[in-house]
Ligand binder design. Structure first.
Ligand SMILES: NC(=O)c1ccc[n+]([C@@H]2O[C@H](COP(=O)([O-])OP(=O)(O)OC[C@H]3O[C@@H](n4cnc5c(N)ncnc54)[C@H](OP(=O)(O)O)[C@@H]3O)[C@@H](O)[C@H]2O)c1
Length: 244
């Protein structure tokens, strides 16, 4: 294998930002192989041969375990794991405007998909991350998950799930700093980007909304250049530090 070539896992590779990231990674000569995940079975749709699709549902612990065990058995190491999966609304599940709209079931679903699921994947992939000389973990969080930056209120379940994700990543980063390599673990707010997730909320928005390809280009650069200065931090896609 070429010394410079990297291989990685991209969760949520068929979402708005995920799909654009997959396009970006597919044309990157320094990336040799990508394990791309989606909830329903998908087969390569004209992507480079280096993309393998896997079915992974972050709500299903058995499915997460099956996937991570298979990866650990079949891959020599992992140089990056990017999570572009996440949920804000889904059918009856809508961001709450008021406390009275809190529904325990919805809260649990968001917590599972946005926080517990991605962390369970990372736990399963730890043996492969430890085998790379500089493994990079980039999980898409959201600025509304910042406790320090919460000035508007609302969106309880989403905010809480992303705050939980952030704490999980920060804690994982402390543990990964003890590995015998230069691991980089970071939470990233991609910025408001046109996608199925953001569509209902950007119609009235005056501030510019980015296209997924532009966001993906920033995220790709951030991933490529991330180093020890980024380890254990929360950043915008352009690499500016955000408060937890
Ligand atoms: N777009 C924005 O403005 C914005 C702003 C801040 C943060 N973010 C964050 O950025 C990430 C990507 O968002 P996006 O805008 O690209 O949203 P999107 O287009 O709705 O894509 C979301 C992705 O999450 C996956 N997903 C949802 N539930 C899942 C589950 N149970 N198991 C596995 N995968 C699941 C979807 O998979 P399927 O394709 O299988 O449905 C899809 O790939 C999310 O974490 C989001 O919170 C986005």
């Amino acid at each position: 294998m070429d010394k410079e070539s990297r291989s990685g896992v991209l969760l949520g590779a068929h979402g708005g930002i995920g799909r654009a990231l997959l396009t970006q990674f597919s044309t990157d000569a320094s990336i040799e192989h990508i394990e791309a995940t989606h909830r329903i079975p998908l087969y390569s749709e004209g992507e480079a041969k280096k993309v393998s699709w896997r079915t992974l549902d972050l709500e299903c612990a058995d499915n997460i375990q099956r996937n991570t065990e298979r990866w650990c058995a079949s891959l020599p190491s992992l140089d990056f794991v990017v999570c572009a999966a996440g949920v804000l609304h889904d059918g009856e599940l809508k961001p709450e405007k008021r406390m009275q709209q809190l529904r325990e079931h919805n809260m649990h679903r968001l917590f599972q998909i946005n926080a517990a699921g991605p962390l369970a994947v990372l736990a399963g992939l730890e043996p492969l991350l430890k085998k790379s000389h500089q493994p990079k973990v980039m999980v898409l969080s959201a600025q509304v998950g910042s406790i320090a930056d919460n000035h508007l209120g609302g969106w309880y379940s989403y905010r809480m799930s992303k705050a939980a994700l952030n704490m999980g990543l920060k804690t994982f980063a402390i543990e990964a700093a003890r590995w015998r390599n230069d691991a980089v673990v970071m939470a990233v707010h991609p910025g408001t980007t046109l996608s199925q997730l953001s569509a209902p909320f950007v119609r009235q928005r005056k501030a510019p909304v980015r296209q997924a390809a532009e966001t993906a280009a920033h995220l790709d650069q951030l991933l490529k250049h991330a180093d020890s200065a980024h380890h254990g931090g929360f950043f915008t896609a352009q690499g500016e530090r955000l408060p937890w």
